[in-house]
Design a protein around this ligand. Sequence first.
Ligand code: HEM
Length: 421
Amino acid sequence: MEAGVGSEAIEPSGWPAFDPFELTDTVLGDVRDPYPALADLRRQAPVHEGPLPMPGAAEPRLHGTPQFTVYGHDEVVRVLRDHETFSSSIYHDVMGMVMGRTILEMDEPEHRMKRALVSPAFRSRVLARWETGLVTSVVEGLIDRFAGNGRADLVRELLFDFPVQVIARILGLPMEDYARFQRWSIELLSVMANFERGMAASRQLAEYFSGILEERRRSPSQDLISDLASAEVDGERLGDEEVFAFLRLLLPAGVETTYRASGNLLFGLLSHPDQLGAVCRDLSLLPQAFEEALRWEPPLTILLRIATTDTELGGVEIPAGAHIGVCVAAANRDERRYQAADSFDIFRDPRQHVTFGFGVHMCLGMHLARMETRVAVSKLFQRVEGMCLDPGDLDPHIHGMAFRSPTALPVTFSAVRSSGD
Ligand code: HEM
């Protein structure tokens, strides 16, 4: 059965297989190319009063709260580095109700202490353990389903499923629960579009995790829930609600971003056949290709902060309490930092981008995201040959505003090797 293709299909668990495009309202703002408008704004000034223009998205109701958006690279780094002036507590209002209290909304010193409790689960020794057994087998299993067909929609048949399956396995969830776990995950992620549905998914996830957490506290095994259950730093441990909040956070943080980022990488390569050819001939180019895709098309374009005090940024006075949109997408194409910033060029001189953020909240899962994507794309290129965008198909492209990625990547290819070769 093709998981995730068509809502008629039924998983062994009895839950309907999930059609990723059933919930198309997850994309916040629908725009094909926001970059010319972002460049105009950035060239006028690195910081503007007002929100990020988001065609197609609902206007946020802020009841007179002043809003600013930061477009320049250096100014973005300044905001993310200065966590005392620019607090992350704004995420409490934006997602606290549905997620619970997560490390994303915490300021120092609480943030440092709680992050120290969860971060050992993402250290490189653990990642190496996940890479060889777990990530590789998830990816091989998905590729097996379409490799013999000569064509596929990579978004539906590979990218949408692999990060959620990787997280499910890292958490040690039973395979028969994957379909409902994926459904709750997506419903949680689309909470902005449907609040009731998102809140219901949040409760269901907590109920589901509470049974598993209880069991792992009794008999720990080699998975992330067991690691979180036993984590201890300076006598501090995580309470049940803190574990649930962290697990919920992994869904938007670790699943949505990764499937979108890997789609942007594949779109970048497929729409630049010379660079695709270079990567297929030499897979060691993949890490630099992924960094370039992350810079060129970040899956998440804007981060949020709130000013804790009156301050000045990029020549603009910002009052205490103002909401700040930190536009990493605009920063990544700042011509003061990157030459020919609008081009996708995997051979450019590497300079750090801000797609994973910066400072104390910098992405905890970035090494996992890099490893997962490298494994998925390298396995794909090892298994099939002559891959190109399906010339007979609709016009695939990246779209979205707050979140960006292609909704389809129809490709043709000639199958070459089986996973055992
Ligand atoms: C390409 C994929 C990814 C991107 C672009 C991404 C991006 C980000 C960004 C920008 C932040 C900082 C947000 C802010 O400062 O406001 C962040 C934080 C975080 N990310 Fe990721 N992320 C990705 C993958 C992952 C994965 C795979 C995981 C884990 C499974 C993960 C877990 C987290 C967590 C837990 C935080 C909160 C860190 C803290 O507040 O200290 N992310 N991510």
